[in-house]
Design a protein around this ligand. Structure first.
Ligand code: G6P
Length: 593
């Protein structure tokens, strides 16, 4: 999804913006751009492709400006929604008179109507984007008063936006405003930043203001002012984040994904501790009264949805709730769900900014259901708007394909199940998981060797039964996300109802076998596919395993299978030489529908 970074301060802004853009790459993008003040107008450099392409462009152009005057700038990484990825559709966009530049993350739903209106008034549009109307509209309303301009501008916009604005007549000032898309303000000793996310500014500051919808921030070199849409000043609290720069960097690994896989013993321990030792997470969990509800719906997208599928098995088996559903957020929001004030909707999300999940939460609230977010990013929309929240202590996750945040979600869900079922005797089983995960990480080289022989496959099947099927879904998703190999997950018992016709000589099947009670069943599925020529990689705690996993309480075994499957996907993609941290067409945080 698009990324925004802006800076005004005493340092040279261009390298800071480029550095910030690189930190935002993980959000997914197809083009990048930067705006600086030139001689009486705004100079924009932007192009399709990676940030390195932008750097090359800048080295040929912006370098001609005396760098000392470039101490205020806006940058953007674009992920196309309206108009193909191209130089002209990239951000920043400038107004017709070249005196206002904007960067935008979101979608302006009424842009066609606004565009026609402005064109009738003489505006000349150059791009196919929805975002360009913002720059043109800002010029139309700009009368010298910033607050009135922004208020009039935003009152015309329908849809979602996080906006950074630069105006030629105020060369040290940056304006920020948002609705339904994230924007933070970082306050450093040498200047102030706006950014879509914290890692973009973490090298310079951990002092953050979280901008709320419809608040307007005016960033000067030495101060930040906040106003409401009525123009009245607002007092906001400057918060300190505990993430370190190292948390958001590769830490010597080849990819963020591998670094994040290896961090799992620590972040799982942190997540468990956050639920057992005094603090907000523990308070929320301990005081939560589950008996108030007669229906639970677990909602998420991608891996977060898969964590929900695991949770359904765990909640049903441990808590014996009669009515638990798992829904894809994009489906749930439009299905007119049968929920009411006796329903609990659990929303799972790493970013807390996934548009479909946020919409699902708002739909649940509109129907008077209680909402409970399991979320990684503090201060995110989901975290703020849900009635209850538990934070996963995964730290910043940069690789597009989630690993550690998914694992932390599983831990939270197990802890909830244990609490709701009164099965505190199972706590030691959860507390033992980080150590077992560390054991599996020691097998990385062996998994790499197995994975190296799997790259030629056009399709790979993942099978499992019960809880092993639930985690097979995540293994399959991970593989297709980063290796571009088609893959499907099936419940072992379902093979005979169709899928088995796809099995032929040399087909690769990854079978997961941690369910002791169903061991015979999955092994007979393995035989069925082997007898039709399939090659099988067995992952699990049984003697026959190719990737052996430590013994574990059956319902919590997805936490162990997940690690093996993450490593497997990682090494397949590595062997194929792919862009593992930024797979094609995918975005870390999908903030538009
Ligand atoms: C994107 C990512 C997935 C992720 C999903 C949900 O599609 O590519 O890896 O699982 O969003 O993201 P969330 O931030 O809500 O967990």
């Amino acid at each position: 999804m698009c990324g925004i970074i802006g800076y005004t301060g005493s340092q040279n802004a261009v390298p800071l913006i480029i550095e910030g853009l690189k930190k935002l790459e993980y959000r997914g993008y197809d083009s990048a751009g930067i705006a600086i003040f030139g001689k009486g107008s705004i100079n924009v450099q932007k192009c399709k492709g990676r940030i390195t392409a932008l750097e090359q462009l800048i080295s040929k152009t912006i370098v001609h400006y005396p760098l000392s005057i470039v101490n205020c700038s806006l940058g953007h990484t674009r992920w196309a929604t309206h108009g193909e990825p191209s130089d002209v559709n990239s951000h920043p966009h400038v107004s017709g008179n070249n005196k206002i530049a904007i960067v935008h993350n979101g979608i302006i739903e009424n842009y066609k109507e606004l565009k026609e209106d402005l064109q009738a008034k003489g505006a000349n549009f150059v791009s196919e984007t929805d975002s360009e109307v913002i720059a043109q509209l800002a010029e139309y309303y700009h009368d010298g008063d910033i607050l009135t301009t922004v208020t009039k501008l935003t009152s015309r916009l329908k849809g979602s936006y996080a906006l950074g604005i630069m105006l030629c007549d105020r060369p040290d000032l940056l304006v920020a405003v948002k609705k339904d898309n994230p924007l933070i303000i970082g306050v450093s000793e040498h200047g102030n930043f706006i950014a879509s996310d914290i890692p973009a500014v973490l090298k310079h500051t951990n002092k953050i203001y979280y901008l709320e919808d419809h608040e307007i921030a005016l960033l000067y070199k030495d101060r930040v002012e906040f106003y409401g849409v009525d123009g009245a000043p607002i007092a906001k609290t400057l918060e300190t984040v505990t993430w370190s720069v190292g948390d958001a960097e590769k830490g010597g690994e080849a990819h963020f994904m591998l670094k994040e896989i290896k961090e799992q013993p620590k972040i799982l321990r942190d997540t468990i501790n956050s639920l057992l030792s005094e603090g907000e997470n523990k308070k929320t969990l301990d005081n939560f009264e589950i008996t108030r509800y007669n229906k639970i719906v677990i909602v998420g997208c991608g891996s977060a949805y898969n964590a929900g599928v695991v949770a359904k098995y765990v909640f049903e088996r441990l808590c014996r709730f009669p009515c638990i559903e798992v829904e894809l957020a994009s489906e749930f929001r439009y299905k007119d769900a049968v929920i009411d004030e006796k329903s609990l909707v659990i929303l799972i999300s790493q970013s807390g900014e996934t548009a479909d999940t946020i919409a699902a939460m708002r739909e649940a609230k509109a129907k008077h259901a209680d909402t409970f977010a399991i979320v990684n990013v503090i201060g995110s929309t989901l975290a703020k708007e849900a009635a209850y929240r538990i934070y996963t202590a995964a730290g910043p996750e940069i690789a597009v394909a989630t690993t550690k945040a998914f694992s932390a979600q599983l831990i939270v869900l197990y802890m909830m199940a244990v609490r709701f079922s009164g099965r505190e005797d199972l706590l030691p089983e959860i507390e033992a998981i980080p150590e077992k995960v560390a054991e599996i990480l020691k097998q990385a080289e062996a998994i790499r060797e197995l994975a190296q022989h799997c790259t030629r496959h056009k399709c790979i099947f993942f099978i499992g039964r019960n809880i092993d099927y639930a985690i097979a879904l995540e293994g399959s998703l991970k593989l297709k996300e980063i290796s571009y190999i088609h893959s499907e997950a099936y419940a072992g018992g379902e093979l005979k109802h169709g899928t088995i016709s796809l099995i032929e000589d040399g087909t690769l099947v990854v079978a997961i076998a941690n369910c002791k009670t169903l061991h015979g069943k999955i092994m007979s599925n393995v035989e069925q596919v082997q007898s039709r020529g399939a090659k099988v990689i067995l992952v699990g705690n049984c003697a026959e395993s190719d990737i052996p996993l430590p013994d574990c309480y059956e319902l919590f075994s997805p936490s162990l299978s997940a690690i093996a499957l993450q490593l497997f996907s990682y090494y397949v993609a590595l062997e194929k030489g792919l862009d593992i941290d930024k797979p094609r067409n995918l975005a870390k945080s999908v903030t538009v529908e």
